[in-house]
Design a protein around this ligand. Structure first.
Ligand SMILES: [Zn+2]
Length: 157
């Protein structure tokens, strides 16, 4: 555990999306997956071996979790590969671990487009994820921009 600050506040929220990471393949730069080597059992984050597989080039690697898992925002937590869903905008960079996470971000951002009244407190299933989103993501003026970039990232798949 080299960086405690990476480890603290958002444990429970990021954990919800930690069963699968879509990463840039270290060999061919296509979309590769980091998934548990055995069926996912909630709560076994620290114990279960992970594999990195690329269906494009056949790259394969596997490893046991390290003692202190670095809960990166911009990389997977096991092989430390850059995330495939890296959404670069003129205002900042947003990251999604997997499709579920990307859907979650998109629905949050587009819901705000429909209603300016939606607030962090209002009925979202994953409040801590929302509360830790950078401010620029929540600004009304940036929403179209972000949604467009999310669409572009999706179409790269
Ligand atoms: Zn590959």
């Amino acid at each position: 555990m080299t960086s405690r600050s990476e480890f603290v506040d958002d444990f429970s929220s990021r954990y919800d999306f930690a069963d699968e990471f879509l990463v840039v393949c270290p060999k061919c730069t296509s979309k590769a997956k980091v998934v548990p080597s055995v069926p996912w059992i909630s709560g076994n984050l620290h114990k279960v071996e992970r594999k990195l597989v690329c269906s494009n080039c056949g790259y394969f690697d596997q490893k046991q979790p390290e003692n202190g898992i670095m809960m990166h925002a911009d990389k997977d937590w096991f092989f430390h590969q850059p995330l495939f869903y890296t959404i670069e905008t003129s205002q900042g960079i947003l990251y999604a671990y997997n499709d579920k996470h990307l859907d979650f971000l998109e629905s949050f951002i587009s819901a705000q487009l429909r209603s300016r009244e939606v607030r962090d407190e209002g009925g979202w299933s994953n409040k801590s994820q929302i509360s830790r989103l950078p401010k620029w993501v929540k600004l009304a003026k940036n929403r179209d921009l972000i949604i467009n970039e999310i669409k572009k990232v999706r179409s790269r798949c």
